[in-house]
Ligand binder design. Structure first.
Ligand SMILES: Nc1ncnc2c1ncn2[C@@H]1O[C@H](COP(=O)(O)OP(=O)(O)OP(=O)(O)O)[C@@H](O)[C@H]1O
Length: 303
């Protein structure tokens, strides 16, 4: 039975009069990869800072790897890795020297491992350059290496793909998935770029106005919020009424139809009927991806 590595019980955080987190309870099991989604200013970074023991809650309790980060902050930070906006790198030192410095600080200096990571993150050609001269994407990649150098059991990543180019995004997301599979590292990440998370996270938490408004796997969220499937089909079928074989259909554009189906079980039979007489060049479910779910949950309007 897997343990909860993150537990928040009725956690609130106020900054002066501003209530940033309001009675938040959540738990994350060991080995999971979870995404925390919410608009700007919804409290995502605040949540990570609370979990890392950098700030204390106004109310409620937190348990991270069985420890209270408010009391055992040093032990929590030693056992976890964190990537924040500025990554806490020394700009006057080279990339390599930063990693040597932090690994010695964590008490697990391993030159071979540092060089392997530099290669894996395609920073080996730049390791002797000062970090101040790194591009945003290079700093981000170095920050991720810094966060994982000491083999943390739990990794907090605040916008890990910010500033990365498409190759960098692919590299980092693949690395995180592999790390989770290979080492069982639990990963808690925040991002705005929802389609990136869809292929990485196993579970999601939605944060709005300081509250968790929903959570679950993509399948659970789809079952809760999507009652009909909007299926886009590019085909030369041209229905002359708004029902085809019993399915409501809209003509969106030349060769583009949108069918409304009661569930995904209807996709195959519908397509089988179409391809008996027509070509089909593209099929896409339009309303059950993470981004659509995000907006449904935010607006409170399901389909
Ligand atoms: N130390 C602080 N003092 C006062 N207010 C703060 C402090 N830290 C955060 N806040 C406020 O708390 C709110 C939530 O900030 P936070 O950075 O947690 O949001 P976020 O969801 O991470 O936003 P973003 O997506 O823009 O990064 C904001 O209104 C912010 O101004």
């Amino acid at each position: 039975m897997k343990q909860n590595v993150i537990e928040l019980d009725a956690v609130s955080k106020h900054f002066g009069d501003q209530v940033v987190l309001n009675n938040v309870s959540m738990s994350v099991k060991e080995g999971n990869i979870v995404g925390l989604l919410g608009p700007n200013g919804s409290g995502k970074t605040t949540m990570i800072r609370l979990m890392n023991g950098v700030i204390n809650p106004t109310d409620g309790t937190l348990s991270i790897l069985g420890m209270d980060p408010g009391i055992e902050g040093d032990a929590v930070r030693k056992a976890t890795g964190i990537l924040t906006e500025n990554a806490g790198l020394y700009h006057e030192m080279s990339g390599l020297d930063n990693l040597i410095f932090f690994s010695k600080l964590y008490g697990n200096y391993d030159s071979k491992k540092i060089h392997l990571y530099l290669e894996e993150f395609e920073l080996d050609d730049h390791m002797h350059k000062k970090v101040g001269a790194y591009s945003t994407g290079m700093k981000r990649r170095l920050g991720i290496i810094k966060a994982i150098l000491h083999n943390p059991k739990l990794l907090f990543l605040d916008e890990p793909t910010n500033g990365l180019d498409p190759e960098g995004i692919k590299l980092v997301l693949k690395f995180l998935k592999d790390l989770n599979e290979r080492e069982g590292t639990t990963i808690f990440l925040c991002s705005h770029i929802l389609h990136q998370l869809e292929h990485v996270c196993k579970e999601y938490f939605f944060l709005n106005d300081g509250k968790i408004t929903d959570s679950g796997t993509i399948h659970e969220l789809q079952q809760r919020h999507v009652s009909q499937i909007k299926l886009k089909v590019i085909t030369n079928l041209l229905p002359d009424v708004s029902l085809w074989e019993g399915y409501p259909v809209l003509i969106k554009d030349k060769n583009t139809l949108q069918f409304l189906l009661p569930s995904s079980e209807h996709i195959t039979p519908l397509l089988q009927k179409i391809i008996r007489g027509y070509w089909v060049h593209h099929v896409e479910v339009e309303n059950n991806d993470l981004e659509s779910l995000y907006f449904k949950i935010r607006s409170g309007v399901d389909e």
